[in-house]
Design a protein around this ligand. Structure first.
Ligand code: MG
Length: 164
């Protein structure tokens, strides 16, 4: 594992996101299609996604911006936009697409779906407690789960309706 991947993993962990949390999201997305899906398989796929450089870059960039916003170190109007997690900002979602992109078009469908329903850790990250800023992190986590689910779908084309 290179330094970039190590840093990306440490940052996720330091922001309260575990591989297990992301695996729950992958299960949520893929369990209807792959009946015998186990959490360990989800984690393997998540690790393959996190091993990609473009994913590591999105993680370190997004989390850094969230942290600077928490410390109130950004220039206005970006500071207020990120603090309020303004819906029309949209750069957080665009950054997430650089992750989703890695496994093709199924990833976009998965990401859109999970971003709308916000299960598990995504709901927690979206709680807007007035202290933490997770404007980028929620999209990054959703995108990693969506990409891992897409990778799984490609590996089980016979069992995945969404690939048809
Ligand atoms: Mg966001």
């Amino acid at each position: 594992m290179n330094d970039l991947e190590k840093t990306a993993r440490e940052l996720l962990h330091s922001r309260g996101v575990t591989l297990n949390d992301i695996a729950e999201l992958v299960l949520f997305l893929q369990k209807p299609y792959i009946k015998a899906l186990e959490k360990a398989t989800c984690i393997e796929n998540i690790e393959a996604v996190i091993a990609k450089r473009e994913v590591q870059n999105a993680i370190i960039t997004g989390i850094q911006l969230d942290m600077l916003a928490e410390e109130k170190k950004l220039l206005e109007p970006l500071q207020s936009i990120l603090e309020k997690d303004e819906g029309l900002y949209g750069v957080d979602e665009i950054m997430a697409l650089s992750i989703v992109n890695v496994y093709g078009s199924i990833g976009f469908t998965n990401y859109g779906y999970i971003d709308k329903i916000k299960p598990g850790i995504l709901k927690e990250l979206n709680s807007h407690d007035g202290i933490h800023v997770h404007t980028f992190l929620d999209d990054i986590v959703g995108a990693i789960a969506a990409a891992a689910a897409s990778r799984l779908a490609h590996a089980h084309p016979d069992q995945s309706e969404i690939t048809k």
